[in-house]
Design a protein around this ligand. Sequence first.
Ligand code: BG6
Length: 606
Amino acid sequence: MCGIVGFSGKIEAAPILLEGLSKLEYRGYDSAGVAVACDGLINTVKTAGRLKVLSDKIEGGAAIKGKTGIGHTRWATHGVPNDVNSHPHTSEGSRVAVVHNGIIENYMKIKEFLQSKGCNFKSDTDTEVVAYLIDYLYKGNPLDTVIKAISYLEGSFALGILFADNPDEIYAVRKDSPLIIGLSDSGNFIASDIPAILKYTRKTYLLDEKEIAKISADKVELFDMDKKPIEKEVYIVEWDETSAEKDGYEHFMAKEIMEQPEALRKTVSPRIKDGNISLDDFKLTPEEFKEIDRIYILACGSAYHVGMVAKYIIEKKVRVPVEVDLASEFRYRKPIVTNKTLAIIISQSGETIDTLFALREAKKLGARTLSIVNVVGSSIARESDDVIYTWAGPEIAVATTKAYSTQLGVMYLLAEYMRQLKGLPPTEDTFAEELLALPQKIQKILDNKSVIQYLASKFFNAKDVFFIGRGVDYAIALEGSLKLKEISYIHSEAYAAGELKHGTISLIEDGTLVVAIATQDELFDKIMSNIREVKARGAVVIAIIPEDKKEAEKFADYCIYIPRTLPTLMPSLTVIPLQVFGYYIAVARGCDVDKPRNLAKSVTVE
Ligand code: BG6
């Protein structure tokens, strides 16, 4: 779960590699390196630590000459983050250099074979084995060698490869890990993700599984595993360069929180016509949908939490049983799936490997697959029967906010659309209208975030924080708790409020902070009594409630008011103060909000 970039062009490569890596640091940031070919030699510089350490070492790129090179920013899987284990890895005499994103699962076997052939390895990584394997197989034809080498590799990989005796070319190939090709007049690129090349081009090729690219300054050739040339359509990226910049905010997360009204508007309003939902991307006919007797939602992290909210809404509107599964669990638990099963896959990046494998498993078992994805052309999008894109734009901060909100938006649209497909009566008359009004209500919360900021400044030293809710508020409490944990490192848990008294309430003591979410009128009194329960044990309670529920002030110590909307849609409003609370607490604790320790934006290793 790293970021790789490569450039072959008419201008010096190193500064461009550093620029690209700076846009990929959200994928991993414990070490970085570049390798640039020049005059038949490959010059490799790599360092542990943030990209800045490398950039200072090579004077922003000026210290390394050459117009063709590869670069890498790392999130360690095999071998601790240090200079030796950082990428690029080279073979004996630097004849071959490799950058890699993914995991070679059979690397030890290959390593032992190569050691028996006299190869001496310097690092503990799986990637170094690839460099030596390619060098071992090399007989002067790079393309043949790459094809041969990957036939030995098991696992996931996106590889950028340099051959010293072919200094003007980069070879690239992918399997299960993301890799795109960028095309521009000043040169051509490989990259793990779009932000790395946006400064130079929006013209791309989306590389498919086991397709090999040969990149040089003025052309890109694509081949399949039989060396047959492949023609591909150029895909123009809609995002512009600034969308991957901070726009004056201190953190990407702050910018992305503030972008939520616009992101939700862009994602939802084009799909509502005259009060009806139209989801052309979901191609099941009413007849086919009526056959569906079970829905699975498969995802990881915050995307899984979107699924938890969606379960309540889909079951209420569509009356089909919904199971929400952690993707990493689904794959191995022999789920009951038939050709009457719809599997909905949610992923911001579209590359999270647990989710990708869960998608493949559901497909293999006969399910119809629909994915909700933010990155166009990503693996999950391309491997699903149908895909509905969230139009949140690039999300750089590791902790998701705007992508989460647009995923929620799509799940509302989908639930209502499936109700329409089944011809069931509406559960709320003003659903479409209220959905269109959500962005403005979110804006209202953001315009009044000073209360939340004040509470964050009051509680940023909390040791343990509990989030409680009932019904759909419990599903939102899960996301609130994760947001706080992810970026502030405060221990926190979310609980169905009614479950507290069956055990966890033993953890509540004087001063324990409890955030109680109470947006569902039919459950309001119940949650107020849960607030009384924890208060009786000394807890300090912050309640998040609709603006017309002032009576909560009798029970909670602090109240955060949010605008009123339909009960079904309240999660989209409730999540905003939870994100803002987590953000300001993390800032107050001096945490690296955009790149929290031990995390990464898209986990492409199992
Ligand atoms: C984690 C991210 O790595 O993966 C989370 O830090 C995210 O923010 C989770 O929710 C799932 O990622 P994706 O891209 O599949 O939605």
